[in-house]
Design a protein around this ligand. Structure first.
Ligand code: TRH
Length: 356
């Protein structure tokens, strides 16, 4: 089938990251995918080799016009995060919809949340009243953590590959020096407790190497030397998505943010701390607590999340081996629970095939 995914980059990399993973996953199932993205610049480092079966279209009115004239209509139209798909393509889709039978679907792929409303809204229809799609019906598709949601993206063989992974070899391949020190990745916005975390690593009994991702995380770090007491810092370049996953598989503790890297941290099965994308009305506080509830997070894990997300102010607790071990068990339990469920692609394909 032909799948069109429409993506508008609002800020950061999650919009592109999620859409790219979905596009690549669909192509892995033999589907033909066109990824429309208004700002494809991040794909240059996120997916430098592209993917067979996925064509990326820099989304403008002009490219939509050209594609509408020269390419066949999609069978499935996915608008990521409520972006309005190109009207030219919607018009084509509307023209072909009645003839294409039950697999002709328009999906509104929503943001990930562990909040209870997700189960209520997942799969609901939404009639389209505005031309050129007037008369069609979109369906909400909510990623989530339970069986009654759309699930999470997870490639086949992901866990087997993770089990076979050799972190020493990976570190060497990236030119990252390592002498057995604790490894911590940093992918964040501007967490208020960052300086406190750095001082804790600096003064700790055992050495830590912090692997800082490019962009906002690197910019959030106060300027200073690569060696601060027991803390060594390595600054990474922007790496392709598979290497980003490898980074999370490598580390003993992962600081992640947004949406896609949270999911990848869960698949890594190592302790993680999540910085949630901040919203003006503090709606993200409820969203963060919903994840903690779903994970049945111990007070130390929940409390650290509150500090890291600026929801509480207190002394940063010591990240000793006992604490990390308990957080690691939480991460593994969360992963085990999710591995018993179908992945997002399986649920999406089933949904597309079923809904009429
Ligand atoms: O970049 P983010 O903060 O994206 C956010 C969230 O998606 C948020 O929900 C959304 O509202 C906002 O964007 C607009 O974090 P996220 O979701 O983890 O996406 C980062 C992507 O970038 C992820 O796919 C991993 C990828 N990445 C790489 O591939 N290589 C890199 O070197 C880095 C740093 C990231």
């Amino acid at each position: 089938m032909r799948w069109d995914i429409f993506c508008k980059v609002i800020d950061n990399h999650g919009d592109a990251g999620v859409c790219w993973r979905l596009a690549a996953a669909l192509s892995g199932e033999g589907e033909t995918v066109r990824l429309w993205i208004d700002d494809p610049s991040a794909l240059a480092w996120m997916a430098p080799e592209g993917c067979e079966g996925v064509s990326v279209v820099a989304w403008t009115a002009a490219t939509a016009e050209i594609q509408a004239t020269n390419a066949p209509a999609p069978d499935v139209l996915i608008e990521a995060f409520g972006c309005d798909p190109a009207p030219e393509i919607v018009a084509m889709f509307a023209l072909h919809a009645p003839r294409n039978g039950s697999t002709h679907r328009w999906i509104n792929l929503e943001y990930l949340s562990a909040e209870p409303y997700v189960e209520r809204l997942h799969g609901l229809p939404s009639p389209v009243f505005r031309a050129p799609g007037a008369g069609l019906t979109k369906h909400f598709f909510y990623p989530g953590f339970t069986r009654a949601t759309g699930g999470l993206l997870r490639e086949p063989e992901l866990i087997a590959r993770r089990e076979r992974f050799d972190r020493g070899a990976w570190l060497a391949s990236q030119g990252i020096p390592w002498q057995g020190e604790r490894l911590v990745s940093l992918f964040c916005y501007e967490p208020p407790a960052l300086e406190a975390l750095l001082s804790q690593f600096e003064r700790a009994d055992r050495p830590t190497r912090l692997l800082v991702t490019a962009g906002r995380a690197a910019a959030a770090l106060p300027p200073g030397p690569a060696q601060r007491g027991a803390l060594s810092i390595s600054w990474l370049p922007h790496v392709p998505q598979p290497e980003f996953d490898h980074l999370l598989w490598t580390c003993d503790l992962n600081f992640v943010r947004g949406e896609d890297s949270l999911v990848r941290a869960i698949w890594a099965g190592a302790p993680f701390i999540w910085q949630i994308y901040p919203q003006d009305d503090d709606a993200h506080h409820t969203k963060l607590n919903a994840l903690m509830d779903w994970m049945n997070a111990a007070p130390s894990l929940r409390g650290f999340h509150h500090l890291w997300n600026g929801m509480a102010r207190d002394r940063l607790p010591d990240l000793n081996p006992t604490t990390l071990e308990s957080w690691g068990s939480s991460a593994l339990a969360a992963r085990a629970c999710l591995l018993e469920q179908d992945d997002l692609l399986t649920r999406l394909q089933r949904f597309v095939a079923q809904k009429s």
